[in-house]
Design a protein around this ligand. Structure first.
Ligand code: AMP
Length: 504
């Protein structure tokens, strides 16, 4: 009876040789494109402290991490590479290099997703990060590099969706929203288009339940118009003047903080309702740049907001044609927020209709706070993007442009006719390998006819037969499997014949 099989974990894949070679070919093409823009390769560990992603990646990604504790250390399998590259930049000599530091990477990432075609729990990300460059020129280079990489691969049917998260960030910053709530709202920008607003409001009520409003309303009234610091000082003063027996300053401070928290929570609802109104209006702004930009300008003006983010987008759109980027591919979408919370400015995604389904091939943007958040120098702006290699392969497959991978990876099969030729056949193999040929040896003692069938099945173009006569004369028999012709030759000549006939 057979032992039970051990299978792959759900959502992960074995990559068999033909697919592996295809993906490597795609990665090589992307590498040469990245290198042509001055990016250098970097490799970072698959395993990181969970803390790296907790600092700034956002709930959406954190909830899908493979996160575990091992010997009292909280570790995870990386769910993306930007945070790791930023960490490596801060931790190594890279931080001393002249800016910008341009890096590219490729490797597996892990996310606990609901698996389906094109969505896996382990997949390969390949992307770039430019650390230390701000502004529209840098942003445009990022978008252009992503598009040119896809052009190089021959992909045609992709769309670029461009947005700017700073508008929403700026709006949320003008309000004294609890940080957790602000982050939640940021992460819900794209959800707004998918779920009913009432459902979102219910979710927010759950995160931020209104405290006992009656209890706090008098205090709230008393502290109206005061800054947070002034309000806290007033509460402390009130406590000083009561006869309540409090042990030390610490306890007073705790009470003041808790009251402040209560008051702030009571004041949150009108704020997040206003934020949701703004987000709903932002989310409707999508389409061709020339149509969307004027409406965006109007919206910002109606909220008395600075339109700096729009200016940046306009500059980027003006630069892209110099990179020969087809402007009809580009759409603006102010509802784009991307799940990752570290973005601060221009963000973009590249989508493709892959096998009947809209798929995201690439995502990226500007993350000017991440280096600082991870403990690096202040004011190091940065931006980057990442491709999903498996999705690029699927997109190429659906456009029918997958490169043809060479069928045979072997140039010749060497067949010793008896045990007496084993050593000689090994020497022949070694000499052929030293000449750059890819050779396999018949090691199972199969006879010539079985070996010829094997070579035909494996599309090996040449079979080299060595028998006693060949060993004694220091020659080999070369059989061309396509023409069925064979000749006895010294090894040097056999190599020349194989090379010539292979080129024909
Ligand atoms: P993100 O880091 O979420 O922006 O993802 C970058 C790219 O990785 C996406 O544009 C996709 O091409 C790819 N990707 C993201 N999630 C998955 C997944 N679960 N399976 C396969 N590819 C993915």
């Amino acid at each position: 009876m057979r032992n039970p099989k051990v299978e792959t974990v759900r959502g992960v894949n074995d990559v068999l040789p033909p697919t592996y070679r295809l993906q490597k070919q795609i990665e090589n093409q992307l590498s040469s494109c990245f290198q042509s823009f001055g990016y250098r390769p970097i490799d970072v560990p698959v395993i990181e402290y969970t803390e790296l992603f907790l600092r700034k990646s956002g709930e959406e990604l954190i909830s899908r991490m493979y996160d575990f504790t091992y010997h009292n250390r909280r570790l995870c399998l990386r769910p993306e590479l930007t945070a790791s590259v930023a960490r490596a930049y801060i931790q190594t000599t890279l931080q001393g290099e002249p800016l910008p530091v341009r890096l590219y990477y490729s490797g597996p990432v892990f996310r606990y997703e609901k698996p389906q075609r094109g969505r896996y729990r382990q997949f390969t990300q390949m992307g770039v990060e430019a650390i230390g460059a701000a502004g529209s020129m840098a942003d445009a280079e990022m978008i252009a590099l992503a598009c040119q990489s896809l052009d190089k691969l021959g992909l045609k049917d992709y769309r670029v969706v461009l947005g700017n998260i700073s508008l929403l960030n700026q709006f949320l910053r003008t309000m004294p929203l609890e940080r957790r709530l602000g982050n939640f709202l940021l992460s819900q920008m794209e959800e707004l288009r998918k779920v009913r607003r009432a459902a979102l409001e219910a979710a927010i009520e759950e995160i931020c339940p209104p405290d006992n409003l009656v209890e706090t309303s008098r205090l709230q009234h008393l502290l109206q118009g005061l800054s947070e610091e002034e309000a806290k000082a007033t509460i402390l003063e009130l406590l000083e003047n009561t006869n309540v027996n409090l042990v030390g300053n610490r306890q007073k401070m705790d009470i003041a903080n808790s009251l402040m928290g209560k008051i702030q929570r009571a004041e949150q609802k009108p704020l997040w309702l206003k934020a949701l109104d703004f987000m709903e209006q932002l989310a409707q702004l999508q389409g061709k740049p020339q149509e969307v930009l004027p409406s965006a300008r109007q919206l910002l003006a109606s909220y008395h907001m600075d339109s700096g983010g729009l200016g940046e987008l306009e500059e980027i759109l003006a630069i892209l044609p110099s990179y020969n980027i087809d402007s009809t591919r580009i759409r603006l979408d102010f509802g784009l927020s991307r799940g990752l919370q570290y973005y601060t400015g221009t963000i973009f995604e590249i989508h493709h209709e892959t096998l009947g389904q809209e798929r995201q091939l690439c995502g990226g943007g500007r993350y000017d706070d991440l280096v600082k958040t991870l403990g690096g120098n202040n004011d190091i702006p940065a931006s980057g993007f990442s491709f999903g290699i498996e999705r690029i392969r699927l997109a190429m497959e659906s456009e029918g442009i997958l490169p043809v991978v060479e069928e045979s990876t072997v140039d010749a099969l060497i067949v010793p006719l008896s045990a007496a030729e084993h050593c000689y056949s090994i020497e022949v193999g070694e000499k052929l390998r030293s000449k750059g040929l890819r050779v396999v040896l018949e090691v199972r003692g199969k006879n010539l006819s079985t070996s010829l069938k094997y070579a035909a099945k494996q599309t090996i173009p040449f079979v080299i037969v060595v028998g006693e006569a060949e060993r004694l004369a220091n020659v080999v028999v070369v059989k061309n499997m396509a023409t069925r012709q064979q000749q006895q030759l010294p090894l040097e000549e056999a190599v020349m014949v194989m090379r010539r006939e292979n080129d024909e």
